[in-house]
Design a binder for this molecule. Structure first.
Ligand code: PXP
Length: 262
């Protein structure tokens, strides 16, 4: 979102508002409005707003993107598949950043990271076109050395490390698995930083899992959606974001606590 680079002590929060649109679309009307949620998120402390325009438009719509871009007071991070259709949309709206994600219509959410190595020339061209338009390019990848190397090579500005596996292990209360995934993320964050990439992370993060990731000093931005929107049902969006922000800030201030305790 901003241009802060590696090892920044401030950790930005991008609030993903996709699932406000999921609820709206369940009835086909205008309520609840993702733009209203975006404004509220900013008021509550979001540093940016993230929205995923999926190929099947199952949540965010084209007009949501236009309205977000026109009215948001904070940076817009557009998540999208690396396709010609999405590239044209991004070039029309020029969000602050685009996060390229893998997409298969039948999946429930984004499963696994982008295959940067096999993406080859077509992916490189999309990255270049976005950058030429002044859009910062992020690649949503697995915490893997080869994916990081390939991301740097094709000219990405940012990698967003997929925290899904870590969060799955946490749901299963698998202490060994959690420690392994945290270590994998930590190693990847260091490698990506050394490769000159800005490091973000996200997917599946909750109040229980955010601390271990927030403590990694190379990570400068977390993108969090589903859990926050779910929590909003019980205590309101403002309070959910405030609480997440507090946990992020507290974890950032105490970098030496043991990771495996998460
Ligand atoms: N980052 C990326 C690249 C994503 O695709 C998603 C899900 O849309 C998120 C972060 C947010 O994940 P969640 O909704 O599970 O918090």
């Amino acid at each position: 979102m901003g241009n802060a680079h590696a090892s920044s002590s401030f950790l930005r929060l991008g609030v993903n508002i996709d699932h406000v649109a999921t609820i709206r679309n369940a009835r086909g009307g205008r309520h609840p409005d993702p733009l209203r949620a975006a404004h509220l998120s900013v008021e509550a402390g979001a540093d940016g707003i993230t929205a995923h325009l999926r190929e099947d438009r199952r949540h965010i719509s084209d007009s949501d993107i236009a309205r977000l871009k026109a009215e948001l007071t904070r940076p817009l991070n557009l998540e999208m598949a690396a396709t010609e259709e999405m590239l044209a949309i991004a070039l029309r709206h020029v969000p602050n950043a685009c996060c390229l994600v893998p997409e298969r219509r039948e999946e429930r959410t984004t499963e696994g990271g982008l295959d940067v190595i096999r993406g080859g020339e077509p992916l490189k061209k999309i990255v270049q076109s976005l950058r030429d338009a002044g859009i910062r390019v992020s690649l949503f990848i697995e915490a893997d050395a080869r994916a990081i190397e390939a991301s740097a090579k094709i000219g990405a500005d940012i990698v967003e490390l997929h925290t899904g596996q870590y969060c799955e292990r946490a749901l299963e209360d698998d202490a060994k698995g959690i420690a392994k995934e945290v270590e994998r993320l930590r190693t990847a964050a260091v490698l990506a930083d050394q490769a000159g990439l800005e490091v973000h992370a996200g997917h599946g993060l909750t109040y229980n899992t955010v601390a271990a990731v927030a403590r990694m000093p190379q990570i400068v931005e977390l993108n969090i959606g589903h859990f926050l929107i779910g929590e909003a049902i019980f205590g309101g969006l403002h309070s959910a974001i405030r609480h997440m922000r507090t946990l992020m800030d507290q974890s950032r201030a105490e970098p030496k606590r043991p990771m495996a305790a998460q």
